[in-house]
Design a protein around this ligand. Sequence first.
Ligand SMILES: *Cc1c(COP(=O)(O)O)cnc(C)c1O
Length: 412
Amino acid sequence: MEVSKLENIWFPYTQMKTMTTPIQIEKGEGVYLYTNDGDKLIDTVSSWWCAIHGYNNIEINNAIKDQIDKMSHIMLGGLVHQPVMELSKKLSAILPGDLNHCFFSDSGSVGVEVALKMAVQYFNNSGEKRTKFISFIDSYHGDTWKAMEVGDDPDYHKAFKGDDIPANFYVEPDNIDELEDILKKHSAEIAGFIVEPILQGAGGFKIHSREYLKNARKLCDRYGVLFIFDEVATGFGRTGDLFVASEDLIPDIIVLGKALTGGYLGHAVTVATDEIYDKFYSDSPEDAFMHGPTFMGNPLACAAGLKSIEIFQREDYLSKIKKIESTLMKLKEIDHPLIKEVRVIGGCGCIEVTDNKILKGFKEYCFSKGIWNRTFLNFAYIMPPYIISSDELNYVVETFKTWFEQEQKDVL
Ligand SMILES: *Cc1c(COP(=O)(O)O)cnc(C)c1O
């Protein structure tokens, strides 16, 4: 198809002038995407990491169909409904500690905005003015304004960074002294430390230690700064645990998105502890949290989310993810001088190269082998739906290996 025929669509992260024709997909089934031209592709990126059950899951389809016959949407202002009540109860139950108060929104970026606003107002309601945040170097928290500000990803946001955006503090993961230093000097103006815990996604699949996060938790407590987990990408199994947050590592606020609805509909949730919630709970309307996305708590999204969690637990996805991880480990055996590092954790495997000329043509090569993969910058990664079979995943890993060791053998 001519690219020009698609010109009424403005595509994401793309120079439209040089964009190659996107592949038109007619149908998804399990781990496969079916193109209009009759090709069948293994989806290795789960539609930006959200389609954890693959496509066309009959149970989730039916949950949404049942709900749509009742109502597809009602506002959450003054009204409430069963799916949102059940989902918030379920989330509170599966999240650690007293992360009990679920604020829904329509996307991960908005969920992050909600978390940041919550943190600032938490202090405001306590009579303190704190508006700054600490975040990681190379962090990615979404593309809306404040999410961008705490993000440190020049590839996404360079057009918007400059003197007019107030400085945020950026720290290197795993460097606890640096964090303490900033907290020591600036904690009076800092509302929160926001992290993609364990695994930084869009910033390059960097992995840091759980130990660091535990120490950071202690420092946030000591200096009275809120610890915020952006688990939009890591939530629901991606790092091998249901969440990075756990009974021995509880953030003050957590954001979930992407896989929240099993990849069916855009939705997110920002969950706060009792301590945070209580600061808004008073006789004064001024203390209330003044935020309310039109589609928050959408019944279809909640019905999908509930069914997704049910399947995740019933089918023991965590053990599936363990198997995926051990297969992805084979990426580490791939040998090529332009490979800088291979990182694997849970349902995520990433090859970082020193020069991305070696990734030129990789997407097309994968396509010719019946695989949908999309590299960016110096990263070729796999984040498959958890339902991928071990034969399918082995085939994907073998294809990666063949690319580097045979197709690109002499590229230096
Ligand atoms: C994808 C992502 C977001 C943004 O979510 P959207 O639904 O795309 O707005 C925020 N934080 C992290 C860590 C993400 O991976």
